[in-house]
Design a protein around this ligand. Structure first.
Ligand code: GLA
Length: 416
């Protein structure tokens, strides 16, 4: 997305989402001279651990951010889809109107491809869609590896389903699609309409996470477990550090890694790398060509790390997961090779200044890192990271504290 969205320091999830909803409703009102019929929001996410495992049918452990994308929408009866996004400066960007019944992959580009792709998938799935006016507002940082695209896709899907008479919160509605299915539809919009070969982590996180929890998802079985994640109770914080960098080869690098995993699974004659167990790793490694071995090692050890983190969290030992987070980063840096100079610098500086653990989060090649820190050490750790960037002459990263927040839902605009 090209919209420049300012990162606000979130205090509580509800305050943030009400403000975003109010902005979306006001922007809709300003554009169309009436209130929207519906308003739905969906958050960005941080993945605590379990990176590049989703498209290998493995385990992930994300939580939702308080930052949300809100879509205010009304139905039209002429088949047109009108898309407007409003940046933090209040300036609207209006996409070229498209007809829902003429939508086809490749036809819409830029930020508008995400909501248009969702309308395309819903139409293909037989959801009765006339036209719609959509106004999009939000504060999910873009290009930061925090899932602004999934937030946009999910908020759009929920709004359009509501307009089509199939809202996800309608009790007793037999036709009501579940959140897991909507996550797959949103992923399909991204894969087949936008053309990005991503997994289902981001959309599931945006739709299914709950406040104060991380979500354990077993992608192969679809099993979901909400695991309590209360850093404050342990005197800890999860700091997000957005390096504000995104490397040009991020998309090609992602696709290349994904193809490497498919090739490794084919060579091992398994459906996905998830099938390889920790005990079977050495034997499987020996059967692979040299260049695919590190990919397998990362996926198998990362799945095991997710399980260990879940075990620690369930045993109330949140303060012991730091080394697993750091080991995940080392594996992504050395085996999977999706880190970057800036991400490594953040992780090294945070650890040197006393963080319990730190790692890149999301797809990599730039974007954001996270650090598990003692609350009292926040200022010192931020200063150390800034000093490390100054020393290299690099632009300063941005920091915010991440509070596991609610997943997507209907928005109630604040009335202040
Ligand atoms: C991106 C993709 C996800 C996932 C992560 C890496 O965020 O959208 O599907 O593959 O990268 O874990």
């Amino acid at each position: 997305m090209s919209t420049d969205i300012h990162i606000e320091e979130p205090s509580t999830a509800s305050a943030d989402s009400a403000v975003a909803a109010q902005r979306a409703v006001a922007a809709f009102q300003a554009r169309y001279g009436r209130a929207p019929d519906v308003c739905w929001g969906a958050p960005g996410r941080v993945n605590l651990i379990g990176e590049h495992t989703d498209y290998n049918d493995g385990f992930v452990l994300p939580f939702a951010l308080p930052h949300r994308t809100v879509v205010a929408a009304s139905a039209r009866d002429d088949g047109l889809l009108n898309l407007t996004t409003v940046g933090s400066d209040g300036r609207p960007q209006v996409a070229e109107p498209v007809r829902v019944d003429e939508l086809a992959p490749g036809q819409v580009t830029g930020w508008a491809a995400y909501p248009a792709g969702v309308a395309w998938v819903l139409r293909e799935e037989g959801v009765p869609l006339g036209g719609a006016d959509l106004v999009i507002c939000g504060d999910v940082p873009t290009g930061a590896g925090l899932s602004s695209s999934a937030a946009l896709e999910c908020a759009t899907a929920l709004s359009l389903l509501d307009l089509a008479g199939r809202p996800v919160d309608a009790a007793g509605e037999a036709e009501r699609p579940d959140l897991t299915l909507i996550a797959r539809w949103a992923q399909r919009a991204e894969n087949d309409f936008v053309g990005a070969p991503t997994g289902v982590l981001d959309q599931t996180a945006s739709l299914c996470c709950t406040a104060a929890h991380v979500l354990f998802l077993d992608v192969r079985s679809g099993e979901q477990i909400q695991v309590p994640f209360d850093t404050a109770a342990h005197g800890l914080r999860l700091l997000v550090i957005d390096t504000r960098t995104r490397h040009a080869h991020s998309e090609s690098g992602y696709g290349e890694r994904r193809r490497g995993c498919v090739a490794a699974a084919e060579a091992l004659r398994v459906g996905s790398l998830r099938e390889v167990t920790r005990d079977g790793l050495d034997a499987a490694t020996a059967r692979l060509p040299e260049e695919l071995r590190p990919l397998l090692r990362h996926v198998v050890t990362e799945n095991a790390r997710v399980e260990s983190v879940v075990e620690s969290l369930r045993a109330g030992r949140l303060d012991t997961i730091g080394p697993l987070l750091t080991a995940s980063h080392e594996s992504l840096r050395d085996d999977y090779r999706v880190s970057s100079t800036e991400l490594d610098l953040v992780v090294d500086a945070a650890l040197a200044a006393g963080a319990l653990g730190a790692r890149m989060t999301g797809g990599g090649f730039g974007g954001s890192a996270i650090a598990l820190i003692r609350s009292a050490a926040q200022a010192e750790i931020e200063e150390s990271i800034i000093a490390a960037f100054d020393e290299r002459g690099l632009a300063h990263p941005r920091f915010f504290m991440a509070l596991p927040s609610a997943g997507a839902g209907r928005e109630e605009p604040s009335t202040d």
